[in-house]
Write a protein that binds this ligand. Sequence first.
Ligand code: GBH
Length: 456
Amino acid sequence: MTYSFPPTFQWGTATAAYQIEGAIQADGRAPSVWDTFSTQAGTVLNGDTGAIACDHYHRYRDDIQLLADLGIQHYRFSVAWPRILPQGSGAVNSAGLAFYDKLVDGLLAQGITPHVTLFHWDSPQALEDRYGSWRSREMAKDFADYATVVVKALGDRVTHWMTLNEIFCFTHLGYGVNQIPPHAPGTVVSSLKDVWQTSHHALLAHGLGCQAIRAASPQTCTVSLVDNFLATIPTVETPENIAAAQTAFHTVGTNGGIIFPALTGEYSPALLEQLGDQAPDIAPGDLDTIRQPLDALGFNVYSGVYVRAAETPLGYEILPFPKGYPRLHMPWLHVVPESLYWGVRHVSTTLNQPQMPVFISENGCAAQDELTQQSEVLDLDRIHYLRQYLHAAHRAVVEGYPLQGYFLWSLMDNFEWAYGYDRRFGITYIDYPTQQRIPKASFYWYKQCIAANQIL
Ligand code: GBH
């Protein structure tokens, strides 16, 4: 049996600015919250920072060539807000825009479609200093103004826009109660309600951002949100367990307070009941701003949770992973390929958005890659992982769910946030001391899949 995809299926790969660019002081860029956070003792493994990263800012031509060698048609990258508006708002830094200008032109010259994420966690430190970043509603307005600047500059050539990457991470992981959280800005707030307020402000930024993009774009464009909602998987696919997975979907992770309002215009009632007085304040009109029509939803998927029906007050239980459950090189990276299929299906069914096109905006894994004496990286574990997730994608497509494409995370090893350079997610190995790019076995495997438009 062959596993072919429709001719319209989009094969892509993804990166993010702070994780690859380096050059943190080049051409007028000011610090982001990640520059500040990563230079504080004890925040990032081995004291790593994004100061140099993959030096993509200077080597982008090589990296475009790498994409061309891969035979990819779609590339997702992010723009660094502090390069464009070093003070967060106000004066535009044209030298910062010039970098993305060259990048976009270089991609288009190779026939690669750029998919631009406006925010992948590197917000300007100036806004942290001014009003505490996402703790303030101001942030949503400043984000929309920043979006306008970028879309005006690149919108003649870029038609695929994504607002924010993974609201959960930069809010619920960026702000903590009682202890310093593992993500910039690393602010300790006084209650869970304050944490939910930050993600509410991010949702507003998404809504205002969608409006800003559409108003500024000189041509028809697509606008999407990228979310890492948590997929619930029926342990056995019986009607009872499927219903249990649907019920659980509302309250696992932060689903009920992020993907629900973004797509349906309402926080999940089940979540609000759970939160009680810890729910965020929602001003009149906020939910209408937040629920903007989307052209597609980007789904970042790495893992998920198994659910079964049970005689409990909730009617279900979430099953813990047993000790020996297969994992890749992150504590949370359980191999759960069904997450991809069930995530897409939940958008159609549980969120009641059967017409909403979905694309996998990230999927990939960290592995303990090593160079052989022949300077190869034989990352069979990564190929094994990716192949299984692609089978889940294939199932979604065959069953008629509107899954449009797949972006592999990541084109190259990079700064893995609190894990620094210790964890490698790339299909290209970066030898950091020399900045040499060495395609791994998974790169060549993926290249063949793209060329054949099927899982090989
Ligand atoms: C993505 O985040 C990011 O978009 C990307 O930048 C990153 O490099 C990549 O994945 C790999 O990590 O802290 O207990 O809630 C996904 C990161 C993974 C963060 C799951 C939250 C849950 C663990 N997310 N993780 S917990």
